[in-house]
Design a protein. Structure first.
Length: 216
């Protein structure tokens, strides 16, 4: 009986370790093999509950595209149109309703962000320079890794990344982001396409005519 219990415990530990390792393996494959990508997303933002009030929940939908290194585009379609574009050097944010464009140097804002995890680093070593990576157990059929920014002056506390295994490799499925104010943002991706070919101008942005441009 003792031998059987011991073997069962060893087997359970091995399975748990295998699940944890698969999270890191999935991240490494995604970073090294997925040089570009596009997907639809649903984002659910939950703010901390105030006294005697329920948590506030906001949903938005859109599309996401990226090309390593440091080029990406978030296009929010609902409930309000907004575009966030990184061209490798500059981050552009276009608020359609306000007809306002805000620009910042990408190097000043990228480190420690979810975009840095999935679209910046060319390899796992580059990612580990900015994040402490911790493998998490498998959950909801996904392999998970937590990325904790090494810089403590940012707004992001932790980023959990969920991957789905496919015959083609590791597919980005979920980003679960916790910020320093206790707000949680979950982005669920669908219709993910790995390694699409983008034109050189795809991640360039030109402010619309008449837009107010604020440079920070």
């Amino acid at each position: 009986m003792l031998l059987a219990a011991f073997l069962a415990a060893v087997s359970a530990n091995a399975l748990a370790q295998s699940a944890v390792n698969s999270g890191m393996d999935s991240l490494e494959k995604f970073v090294s093999e997925t040089r570009s990508g596009r997907a639809d997303f649903v984002q659910t933002v939950t703010s901390p509950a105030r006294t005697s009030e329920a948590p506030r929940v906001k949903k938005s939908t859109g599309t996401f595209e990226f090309s390593r290194p440091n080029r990406f585009r978030f296009f929010y379609q609902k409930p309000f149109e907004q575009t966030i574009v990184a061209d490798g050097e500059t981050l552009w944010l276009h608020d359609v309703d306000l007809n306002q464009v805000t620009t910042r140097k990408l190097a000043q804002v990228l480190n420690g962000t979810p975009a840095a995890v999935i679209a910046a680093a060319p390899n796992l070593k580059g990612l580990q320079a900015d994040f402490t990576l911790s493998a998490l157990p498998e959950k909801a059929g996904l392999q998970w890794v937590m990325a904790t920014p090494k810089t403590r002056d940012g707004q992001v506390q932790s980023i959990s990344v969920g991957f789905r295994s496919t015959p083609q490799g590791s597919e980005l499925a979920t980003l679960d982001i916790l910020d320093s104010f206790g707000q949680r943002s979950v982005m669920t991706f669908s219709r993910f396409e790995a390694n699409p070919v983008f034109s050189p101008s795809h991640f360039q942005f030109k402010p619309p005519a008449g837009a107010d441009v604020l440079r920070q």
